[in-house]
Design a protein around this ligand. Structure first.
Ligand SMILES: Cc1cc2nc3c(=O)[nH]c(=O)nc-3n(C[C@H](O)[C@H](O)[C@H](O)COP(=O)(O)OP(=O)(O)OC[C@H]3O[C@@H](n4cnc5c(N)ncnc54)[C@H](O)[C@@H]3O)c2cc1C
Length: 634
């Protein structure tokens, strides 16, 4: 059942305790509770997801940021960004970040998973195995509303899982221009242009190419790990309890197994300085609090680098909070000769009303898809790599960079929405960054104080030069004619680079780097703070082993984005879901439970969360209701 106060839980003893009902935690809790003889407790710091339009309406995804469903963290000052500190949104809600993310559904390449297998020495992380776990997660629901999508454009890599994924419901102006360009570029004799390819499916192992953005919004509403996994388990089983509004303050040593400390107890509180309660698992505690939360909880529990924790160290785990990576992003803008872009929707509440009413009535229309219809993954030019600047991607068929085409202006703190005009934006993303950051706590802090988050954005020469190349690639993409035709300017659609981007577009590499340092952000894909160890080091560089057990302790496992030793060259949620599916099998195997379910055990439709239409939120305002955590957004 769902509880809002830990004092109301029927017991303090469970078989399994899952910390965090986020993307991974909801999968694991749901899978473990398939064994009706095992009792599962899930502890979630955040709020219920039910009835929140910013969570349910796919187009509203950006509106959830800075609200009560966001942890609302910020980074420490970033030297690579002129000392700016940037926001770090994370889901503070059932479903975790899967409930507030931008819905892109990209698995990453075969090379990525095979590299994971070779790093960890565990073939179970390789593509052949992980492709099967991916198929347990998602089902492709064809779009109902977009006649431009033909049957041969429907991706085939999704399986029959409970997460419903769709293609864009509405045709937008950049879409066919992007595809026509890619189709002509890939057959060009110019090796620079040949890097831009067309694909119908970025999730089939070959991630490279420009195609439709698959999004976890099958049927027109967002599906999350809560709607697809957690709520169906709660609705159909008595052996799973979930408590929200409750933070794990630390893991508590519950005994010793020989010389190894056992960590099967969990201390919680609902407010800073509030009463603490302890829950104990007879089998395992599974830490799924995400790259930031997991590192913070481990450090507050005395599991971390002795060099930082000093006398508070219970287990010296030098890699906790290290090896953190995120993908830098940078938005570029062009004026366009069109009045069909998103820009008017961002400015005009009557247009929003109409679109929201259509969404309520049919789950269709512009609000039924994410704000992104098309994106592409590509390699850096081969000439970019030198012995001093090797390719950091996980293999020769893994992408280095990404271009996301947006049918309107992408507003941000440093580039607010212009009052007038129509725009196309291209978001450049660096998928294979070399900058490494960290998560730390300062002494005498607690779980109610945000940790020190340092992504070290654009902290290396490789990263700044690769972003320069991505900017040039975006300009090449929209600026090149093939067979005498430029798909973007042929009918007068694309005009000049706009605003702060204009001088960088025509300027030198130094101008581009100055623009990047002033405006770059990240795309909120942090991984790595509790990484799996490498076989080459005998595991000594890992926080967890390849079965995700925390090294040096007993009873504790980590399942979330933090365990990934390298960052996927993709948006990260599909990897996290897939890792969580395999982890659920590993936990079942290690506890003598039957595993390997490949059927969809949660086939029931996500619960309908549709209240009567309220007044639409203001799309331009990203701060409608601050998170009570008050971590000082901006
Ligand atoms: C704004 C945004 C946009 C994104 N866009 C995309 C996208 O388009 N496509 C994509 O693939 N990926 C995207 N991502 C990334 C993706 O969502 C994450 O990689 C993924 O969801 C991480 O899953 P996780 O299980 O590791 O963590 P989370 O899903 O964040 O789950 C962690 C959970 O633990 C809880 N928790 C933390 N600390 C505690 C504590 N002390 N006590 C109890 N509970 C705690 C949290 O509240 C949360 O529910 C985006 C992320 C964000 C934030």
């Amino acid at each position: 059942a769902l509880f809002t106060d830990p004092a109301d839980l029927p017991s303090t003893n469970y078989d399994f305790i899952v910390i965090g009902a986020g993307t991974a935690g909801s999968v694991v809790a749901s899978r473990l509770s398939e064994d009706l003889t095992k009792k599962v407790l899930v502890i979630e710091a955040g709020v219920d997801d039910t009835g929140n339009l910013n969570v349910e309406v796919p187009f509203f995804a950006p509106l959830a940021l800075g609200t009560a469903v966001d942890w609302n963290y910020t980074t420490v000052a970033q030297p690579g960004l002129n000392g700016r500190s940037i926001t770090v949104p994370r889901g503070y809600v059932l479903g975790g970040s899967s409930a507030i993310n931008f819905l892109g559904w990209t698995l990453g390449s075969q090379d990525y998973y095979n590299k994971l297998a070779s790093i960890t020495g565990d073939s179970g992380w390789g593509w052949a195995s992980m492709q099967g776990f991916f198929k347990r997660v998602s089902t492709l629901v064809p779009p109902t509303d977009n006649p431009t999508i033909t049957p041969d454009e429907i991706p085939t890599s999704n399986g029959n899982g409970p997460l419903h994924v769709n293609l864009p419901n509405v045709d937008l102006e950049p879409d066919q221009r992007v595809f026509a360009s890619a189709k002509s570029f890939q057959s060009s004799s110019d090796s620079n242009l040949k890097r831009f390819k067309y694909t119908t499916d970025q999730n089939n192992g070959n991630a490279i190419g420009f195609g439709y953005n698959q999004v976890n919004a099958g049927g027109g509403s967002r599906t999350t790990s809560a709607t697809a996994y957690l709520h169906p388990a709660l609705n159909s089983r008595n052996n799973i309890d979930v408590v929200i509004n409750t933070r794990v303050t630390r893991l508590v040593k519950s005994g010793d197994a020989g010389s190894v400390p056992v960590f099967k107890s969990v201390e919680v509180a609902t407010s800073k300085g509030g009463a603490k309660t302890t829950f104990t698992a007879s089998k395992e505690v599974i830490l799924s609090a995400g790259t930031i939360g997991t590192a913070q909880i481990l450090l507050l529990s005395g599991i971390g680098p002795q060099a930082d924790l000093g006398s508070k160290t219970i287990v010296n785990a030098p890699q906790v909070g290290k090896n953190v990576r995120d993908h830098p992003l940078l938005s570029l803008f062009w004026s366009v000769n069109s009045n069909r872009t998103y820009d008017d929707f961002l400015r005009d509440s009557s247009l929003q009303n109409t679109a929201l009413n259509e969404w309520f009535a049919t789950k269709g229309g512009i609000f039924s898809a994410s704000p992104v219809n098309v994106l592409g993954f590509m390699r850096l030019p081969q000439t970019f790599f030198t012995p001093a600047r090797p390719d950091p991607a996980s293999g020769p068929n893994a992408p280095n960079t990404e271009l996301i085409f947006v049918d309107g202006f992408v507003p941000s703190d440093t580039n607010p929405l212009p009052a007038t005009g129509h725009f196309m934006s291209i978001i450049c993303v660096l998928l294979s960054p070399t900058s490494v950051g960290s998560i730390k706590i300062s002494s005498n802090t607690d779980i109610f104080t945000q940790p020190l988050i340092d992504y070290n954005v654009l902290g290396t020469d490789f990263d700044t030069q690769a972003m320069v190349q991505a900017m040039k690639d975006a300009q090449t993409y929209v600026g090149t004619s093939v067979g005498g035709v430029n798909q973007f300017t042929k009918d007068g659609y694309l005009q000049d680079p706009f605003g702060s981007f204009a001088p960088a577009a025509s300027g030198s590499d130094a101008d581009k780097i100055a623009f990047m340092r002033a405006h770059a952000d990240t795309i909120h894909h942090p991984v790595g703070s509790a990484r799996m160890g490498s076989a080459a080091s005998g595991g000594s560089d890992g926080v967890v082993d390849s079965r995700l057990r925390v090294k040096g302790v007993s009873g504790l496992r980590i399942v979330d984005a933090s365990v990934l030793p390298i960052i996927p060259e993709a948006h990260t949620q599909a990897a996290v879901y897939t890792v969580a599916e395999r982890a659920s099998d590993l936990i079942k195997q290690d506890n003598g439970m039957s595993s390997g379910s490949t059927t969809n055990s949660h086939a029931s439709a996500p619960p309908a969360h549709s209240p009567p239409p309220p007044p639409p939120p203001h799309l331009g305002n990203q701060h409608n209701g601050p998170n009570p955590n008050g971590h000082g957004h901006h």
